[in-house]
Design a protein around this ligand. Structure first.
Ligand SMILES: [Zn+2]
Ligand SMILES: [Zn+2]
Length: 395
């Protein structure tokens, strides 16, 4: 191998290793402007560094009050210290470390987080960055997405999907200096979960595994609660169609919690809605409003006019876009199937597959077409743009 290629190869291996060693930094309470919080110990112990200098160890009865004062962070503790800093790092020193944050202004419920904490000011607001091990983060997200009553094989499936999504989105907030926020914008992460032992086992047993398309690119690992018997074609719902997100007939979810729904709308409201969308309603018999959707269709069509079912779903805040329209007296009945956008993996179907003994490979292959499994360090395309320097490395 020529020398220059060797160097490039070595550098890319280093980048990949760096990503793996790197923790995920998540801005917690990101949707709030916290100006005053209390930080305390939950488990383990922490060495606290202010502007890179070691100050003290956070132990059991030690409570830290953090307040923003203009562009500085004021730290006051239960032992009487008051000082101003621009950055504070809580570095875990025990085997398993977790801390608690209790916002005082605004007053919001306390949450617990695993691993490290960085506090700094960004654009006049306090940032609380939880630098958390990838597996701890994934286990927490899986617990909030997948509940706590499924089987281990289902949790493996959800862990791999969550890991794929996470690596794919590590650059979402890179310009603000962290990887992900804790809101629905990225992925809901509301602190450490209940540490369900099956979920932790599933996350560990699939450590590093991600899903790629046939070109070894991480897939958009879309999922939803219930497809209603047929998943949606991504091109019918999104602007871009993905070859691995095509319609699949799914019989596994036909008798589960979110299989069917119903909505009753008055004829007057429905006519008004159609008129607003340029349908020539006046003078036609209302029976013409009926529309059957035995398999998924893209548009509600009437008199050569069309409204995408996706739009009707959004406008009426319906559980899914997979519904038939029928007329009953003075009302329109929407008979709906499924819950969610319908693209990719159907969670209730996947749970049933797992109960019937299918493996995570079989479940993922069923919902995503022509995909492959790789360990993340086999993926060449973890670009430098997704890397952040970890402030704990310099301590
Ligand atoms: Zn975000
Ligand atoms: Zn389904």
């Amino acid at each position: 191998m020529p020398k220059i290629q060797k160097i490039i190869c070595f550098v890319s291996v280093l980048i990949v290793l760096n990503v793996l060693a790197q923790k995920v930094s998540v801005s917690v309470y990101n949707d709030f402007d916290l100006t005053s919080v209390v930080v305390s110990l939950d488990e383990g112990s922490y060495r606290v560094y202010c502007d890179k200098t070691y100050q003290f160890t956070l132990d059991t009865n030690h409570v830290i009050y953090i307040t923003r004062t203009n562009d500085q962070i004021s730290l006051r503790d239960s032992k009487g210290h008051i000082e101003m800093f621009s950055k504070i790092l809580f570095r875990g020193t025990g085997n398993a470390n977790s801390f608690k944050i209790r916002p005082v202004n605004p007053l919001i419920g306390e949450r617990k987080y695993d691993d490290e904490l960085e506090i700094r000011i960004d654009l006049n607001r306090l940032l609380f960055l939880n630098w958390v091990d990838m597996d701890d983060y994934i286990a927490t997200v899986v617990e909030s997405e997948g509940g706590t009553k499924a089987t281990v094989e289902y949790y493996k499936t959800q862990s791999i999907i969550t890991r794929t999504y996470t690596y794919d989105h590590l650059d979402r907030h890179i310009e603000e200096g962290f990887h992900l926020c804790d809101g629905v914008h990225c992925q809901a992460y509301k602190g450490r979960g209940k540490r369900n032992s099956l979920i932790l086992k599933a996350t560990k047993q699939t450590a590093g595994l991600v899903i790629t398309d046939k070109n070894q690119e991480l897939i958009t690992a879309a999922f939803h609660a219930n497809c209603g018997g047929e998943t949606a074609n991504s091109g019918d719902v999104w602007l871009l169609s993905k070859p691995y997100l095509q319609t699949v007939k799914d019989t596994y979810c036909l008798y589960t919690r979110n299989t069917r729904w119903k909505r009753i709308i008055s004829m007057q409201e429905w006519s008004n809605y159609l008129k607003k969308n340029d349908f020539p309603v006046d003078g036609f018999h209302v029976s013409l409003f009926a529309f059957d959707q035995p398999t998924r269709k893209k548009n509600y069509i009437w008199m050569n006019r069309a409204i995408p079912f996706k739009k009707i779903r959004n406008d009426w805040k319906l559980r899914s876009s997979f519904f038939s329209v029928r007329v009953e007296g003075n009302h329109i009945i929407l008979d709906g199937k499924g819950y969610g956008h319908g693209i990719g993996l159907c969670q209730e179907g996947a749970m049933e597959m797992a109960l019937k003994g299918k493996t995570y490979q079989e479940i993922i292959d069923f919902y995503y077409q022509d995909v492959k499994f790789f360990h993340i360090n086999q993926i060449k395309a973890l670009e430098e743009s997704k890397l952040l320097s970890n402030p704990f490395d310099d301590l």
